[in-house]
Every structure is written in C-alpha cells, then in structure tokens.
Design a protein around this ligand. Structure first.
Ligand code: NAD
Ligand code: DAU
Length: 356
C-alpha cells in the first residue's frame, strides 16, 4: 500500500492519544502510526490491545527528552507528521510535583522540535510536506469570570505549574515557526472526557468512586466551570487541523458544553442510578458527594470560543454533554475490568507480557 502519511504520535498510550490512534487506523488505512510513549503511570499499553498486529502501527518505548533517539526515529521512519500529545497532564500532580512537568512538557517539546527541525529543514529532506501538530490546552489562557470566552487571541495567563509548562511549550512551538519556518500548528482544547481516561480526572474518578461506594470529592464550592469536549470530537478536530490547518496558526477546540462541576458529578450519579439501579444502601449515589479543601490556584471558569476552527476548517463538535456522558458511562460500565486494573496497577503487567 502507498503510505500517505508517516505520523509520529507521542503519548499514544494516554487517554487522548489512544482514542486518536484508534480513529486514524480505522479511517485512514494508508497513514502509518509510530506511537512513541514513555509509559509513565498514565501510559497504558493495554489500551491498544489488538492494534499491535496492524501493519501500519508500531510502538516505540521511549522518552521524548531523549534527543538521540528522537533524531534516529525521524530518520529511520521518514516521519513527515508529528501529533504531539505526550505530557504530564494532571493539574493536581503539577502542584505536588512540578519537576516532571517542566522536564516533559517543556524540555521534551523542545527536544522534539529540534529533531523535526533537523529532519525537515535540511536539504536532504525527500518526504512530502511535513507538519508538527502540538496538542495544548485552554488552561494557558488562565481563568475567566462569569462572562467571556477564550479566543485564539486571548493573552496567555497560566496559573498552575501544569498550565505554565504547557504555555511555555506553546511559545516554543510558535517560535520555531517564526524563527526557522518549521511548519507547525497548535490546538488548544477544553476538558476532554470519554473512554480510556485515567481515573484521577474528575469524570472517571467519580465513576469509579460511585461504583465502589467511596465519597465523591468536590473541590471548594463545586461552582467551578469547565467546557466538556467528548474525546471523539476532539480527535476528529485534530485530524482536520493536521490535514487542512494553516502553518503557524493556533486553533481553539471546545465542546460548547459549559458545566459546573457539581452538575457534572450529579449527572454521572443520576445516569448510573438510572442505568443500573440504586446501590445496596438504597440511597441515590449523589448522596455520597462531599465538599473538600479547594485546589490551590483553582481556575474559576474556562470557556472556549471555537468559531475560528468552524469558519476555517468546517469543524464543530457533534456530541451534546448528555450524549457524551451516556456513552462514557456505558463504556466504563462495559469495561470495569479496565478500571480495576488501572486502579490496582496491574495494567502495567501487559507491557512485560508483550515486550518482556
Ligand atoms: P495522559 O496523561 O492521559 O497521557 C499522557 C501520555 O504521555 C501517557 O501515555 C504518558 O506515558 C506519555 N508520556 C508522558 N511523559 C512522556 C515522555 N517524557 N515521553 C514520552 N511519553 C510520555 O494525557 P491526555 O489526557 O491524553 O492528554 C494528552 C495531551 O492533551 C497533553 O498534552 C495534554 O496537555 C493535552 N490536553 C489534555 C486535555 C484533557 O482534558 N485530557 C485537555 C486539553 C489538552
Ligand atoms: O481544560 C483542559 C484541561 O482539563 C487539560 O489541559 C488537563 O490536562 C486536564 O487534566 C483537565 O484539567 P482540569 O484540572 O480541569 O481537570 P480535572 O478532571 O482534574 O478537574 C476538573 C474540575 O473538577 C476542576 O475544576 C477540578 C475539579 N475536581 C477535580 C477532581 C479530580 C474536583 O472537584 N474534585 C476532584 O476530585
């Protein structure tokens, strides 16, 4: 088969990366995927079970901070596209241990940019038009009050070590476009949810705790607002940006689903009560909600104006929050062994079984 793209996907064993790889291998059989992942606690090779046999797929266990290995891989695989997901992604972890965030999110992105620059901007580059797509977050824009929305032109104002590290990486990516002419595009999206999300993030955590009778912790007053984006919508947007985005441009991607955290948690509880009945206690699951100490520097509200990507590339989200949550709850109910293996840590055995 004539291969049309040779994509290096970084962090493809994490939540969004897995959903992206599954979508691409299904819809674009002539795109080759090299999935490069360090397999930190958030990387779960089990998520790609069944895909290992696909001839257009290869897994590489590596750290994006390893410059030599990145250079070799670009050359060996004639990489012409990068979709860069790899990052430390959890805000709470960035508060208790920021060092890894600086290393992977900033140094790692810099290392990849250098590898791409060396491979693509040299006279010997023979491949098709290259493209470096950097996946970032709406958190770089800081926190909104009751009104307003983030646009691509909103000044950066990151508040947590996580968002500051992502903002730094966005600036570096942009600098490589202006300084070297590296063909980059950046996406800044809102809170994703859906299958394969690590149960430290709000939605899968609430699912797991609800199923096991544990308290459902709400930070502060629970009136913090996030814009929820179903992960399939996000992955489809990334494909559009990869194919049709303009070099040097940033695209905001949102779900048009602004919700207060309390509403999100209540919706999951109510959906579960309806689908599988009340727990043994006979009490609605939402009665397990507890209000706990707030996250330091907790951003009050995020809201994405995604009109630019709609105008330019014709993308808009398809999933309402109700539909997305229903799908998500159904997926977690059908995959309780997956949740259990992630919670008890046994998901890590899969790597040993496959690769020794
Ligand atoms: P995740 O934490 O689920 O997965 C991250 C993946 O990166 C893991 O597989 C991990 O093993 C890998 N990784 C970490 N450090 C690495 C390194 N040094 N080298 C190679 N691989 C490494 O993250 P996610 O939720 O899938 O997010 C993916 C990207 O999207 C991140 O860049 C994140 O900042 C961004 N993002 C996420 C969301 C969200 O709601 N989840 C929203 C906006 C932006
Ligand atoms: O906005 C995009 C960002 O969304 C991404 O860049 C991050 O990688 C991703 O982790 C996510 O960050 P958040 O901090 O918004 O997601 P989290 O699921 O951790 O929290 C969502 C909201 O719920 C937030 O206001 C904090 C609150 N929360 C979270 C947890 C884990 C609680 O109230 N209780 C909890 O136990």
């Amino acid at each position: 088969m004539d291969i049309k793209r040779r994509i290096l996907v970084t962090g493809g064993c994490g939540f969004i990366g897995v959903n992206f790889i599954r979508l691409v291998l299904q819809d674009y059989p002539d795109w080759r995927i090299i999935n490069l992942d360090k397999l930190t606690y958030a990387g779960n090779l089990q998520n790609l079970k069944g895909i290992e046999e696909n001839k257009q797929y290869r897994f590489v266990h590596a750290d994006i901070c390893d410059a030599e290995q990145m250079e070799q891989l670009f050359a060996a695989e004639q990489i012409d596209s990068v979709v860069h997901f790899a990052a430390e992604s959890h805000v709470d972890r960035s508060i208790t241990g920021p060092a890894e965030f600086i290393q992977t999110n900033i140094i790692g992105t810099f290392t990849l940019l250098e590898a791409a620059r060396k491979a693509w901007l040299e006279d010997s580059w023979q491949g098709s038009d290259p493209r470096f797509l950097h996946v970032s977050t709406d958190e770089v824009y800081g926190s909104l009050g009751a009104t307003g929305m983030f646009r691509e032109t909103t000044p950066f104002d990151p508040r947590s070590p996580y968002s500051a590290s992502k903002a730094s990486s966005d600036h570096l990516v942009s600098a490589y476009f202006h300084t070297y002419g590296l063909p980059v595009v950046i996406t800044n999206c809102s809170n994703n949810y859906g299958p394969y999300q690590f149960p430290e993030k709000l939605i899968p955590l609430v699912f797991h705790n609800s199923m096991t009778g544990k308290p459902l912790p709400i930070y502060g007053d629970g009136k913090y607002v996030r814009d929820w984006l179903y992960v399939k919508d996000h992955c489809e947007a990334i494909v559009e940006v990869l194919k049709k985005g303009k070099d040097g441009e940033s695209y905001n991607i949102g779900g048009n689903n602004e919700k207060q955290n309390l509403e999100v948690v209540t919706t999951i509880c109510d959906t579960l009560d309806e689908k599988i009945g009340l727990p043994a206690s006979g009490e609605p699951r939402k009665n397990n909600i507890i209000f706990v100490k707030d996250r330091p520097g907790h951003d009050r509200r995020y809201a994405i104006d995604a009109s630019f990507i709609k105008e330019q590339l014709g993308w808009e989200p398809k999933f309402s929050f109700d539909k997305g949550i229903e799908n998500t709850v159904e997926w977690y109910l059908a995959n309780q062994e997956w949740v259990a293996s992630v919670v008890d840590g046994s998901y890590r055995d899969y790597y040993k079984k496959m690769y020794g």
